[in-house]
Design a protein around this ligand. Structure first.
Ligand SMILES: *Cc1c(COP(=O)(O)O)cnc(C)c1O
Length: 327
């Protein structure tokens, strides 16, 4: 930030930096050297069960509070980690929270949804539909809240706007201090803000995004979010994005992801989730197999959280229990 420029407000929601830990047994299993692979533990962020959305919410909630907001409104899937962490951030800051979720009431209250209830969030069910349907429903909710005398702040889908993505420019700064020689950070790519901030803070060639199927055009989405944050050009073709881990769609469990979950758990005692971090490791595995990531390079896998989502995904839990063997 150049001096004289207005510094955007930031809410304090956690303690920084998060740890960077070696993963020598996982590295070996992937065919990398013991010192080649490190895990950035953003799952250990202290607020609300942890995860990458907290970094974005520090900037998004900072802006909301500066604008005099009394209630945060956001959107997501019923098992949205972002919705859960918005609920936690609201609790921490003394703001009401309304979550506009895809689906209908009667969806099971496990995983993230159970935590939404614990944090005291109100839920509006928007039925089945795409991101546009959810955004329209959120706009209607905001209008109703205004009529009731509240001051709503709309937090974007996944917390991904150039303001929210600043959180990952900060994460890039932490990584450059913790691992100055890093070659590639591997991250799951959902709504795009996480990869965008990392790209802006590191450069496009040092970030590998693994598309999870949450947005229709991941490269265009990330490019649009990163461009306002950096002088380095990040047009869509400059971005390193793997499109091969989506499988049958965003919410589904794939075999490479199930293998990745099992491998991380059995080599490092590390729990990944089926939607995001499992895809990130499956994509990293494929990148090593294809020679895009090679031994001797320093690679960081971003653990972006998502553990509650594992407990809201019955097919993955059933597969995990199959791993129990008689003693
Ligand atoms: C949202 C999310 C991501 C993806 O981050 P985006 O900024 O939306 O691309 C990755 N991992 C977890 C656990 C998430 O909840």
């Amino acid at each position: 930030m150049t001096s004289g420029q207005h510094t955007p407000p930031r809410a304090s929601l956690a303690t920084w930096p998060t740890p960077l830990e070696p993963a020598p047994r996982l590295a070996h299993a992937l065919g990398l050297g013991a010192d080649d692979l490190w895990i950035k533990r953003d799952d250990l962020i202290g607020l609300g069960g942890g995860g990458n959305k907290v970094r974005k919410l520090e900037w998004l909630c900072g802006a909301a509070v500066a604008d005099g907001a009394t209630v945060l409104v956001t959107t997501g899937a019923s098992q949205s980690n972002h919705a859960r962490l918005t609920a936690a951030a609201g609790a921490r800051l003394g703001l009401d929270v309304v979550l506009v979720l895809a689906g209908s009431s009667g969806s099971s209250s496990s995983g993230n949804l159970a935590l939404d209830g614990l944090f005291g969030a109100r839920v509006v069910w928007a039925g089945e539909g795409d991101a546009g349907t959810l955004a329209t429903a959120a706009e209607h909710v905001a209008q109703r809240l205004r009529r009731e005398g509240a001051v709503p702040a709309l937090i974007p889908f996944g917390g991904s706007s150039p303001v929210g993505a600043r959180g990952y420019v900060e994460c890039a700064r932490e990584l450059l201090l913790q691992a100055p020689e890093l070659n590639t950070v591997v991250t799951a790519l959902g709504s795009g803000g996480t990869m965008a901030g990392l790209v802006a803070g590191l450069s496009p060639d040092r970030v590998l995004g693994v598309h999870c199927g949450a947005v229709p055009s991941p490269a265009t989405t990330v490019s649009a979010l990163a461009t306002p944050l950096t002088d380095t050009p990040c047009p869509p073709p400059a971005l390193r994005i793997r499109l091969d881990q989506v499988g049958a769609g965003y919410g589904t469990l794939t075999e490479p992801v199930m293998s990745a979950l099992t491998l991380a758990a059995r080599t490092e005692g590390l729990v990944l989730d089926p939607i995001y971090t499992g895809r990130a490791l499956a994509g990293l595995t494929a990148a090593v197999e294809s020679g895009d990531i090679t031994p001797g390079q320093r690679t960081v896998l971003l653990h972006s959280g998502g553990l509650p989502g594992l407990f809201g995904h019955p097919p993955t839990l059933a597969r995990a229990e199959e791993g129990l063997t008689d003693g």
